[in-house]
Design a protein around this ligand. Structure first.
Ligand SMILES: [Zn+2]
Length: 87
């Protein structure tokens, strides 16, 4: 239940911002879909629509290859919550 509360608003943030393409260089946009350990969040938690989830997934994987986002995060330097930084 607590997890449900955290993501209670189920609107696609990319649709709200009216974004058609997600650029892998725009890490701030990708953070909507990333967890605090830089994992790709499932759609049922973020509320992204299918189209944007797929775009974000591709962009995140590209960003990882170009070292903009880490593949794994050490236990020591975990960001508290990337969602707080965006708001
Ligand atoms: Zn969308």
């Amino acid at each position: 239940m607590s997890k449900e509360r955290k993501f209670k608003k189920r609107h696609c943030k990319y649709c709200e911002a009216k974004i058609d393409t997600i650029d892998y260089k725009d890490v701030n946009m990708l953070k909507f879909t990333l967890s605090e350990r830089f994992k790709i969040m499932p759609r049922r938690l973020t509320g992204n629509c299918k189209k944007h989830q797929e775009l974000a997934t591709i962009a995140i994987k590209r960003a990882r290859q170009s070292a903009l986002i880490p593949y794994i995060v050490d236990r020591k330097n975990v960001v508290e919550s990337p969602f707080d930084l965006i708001k």
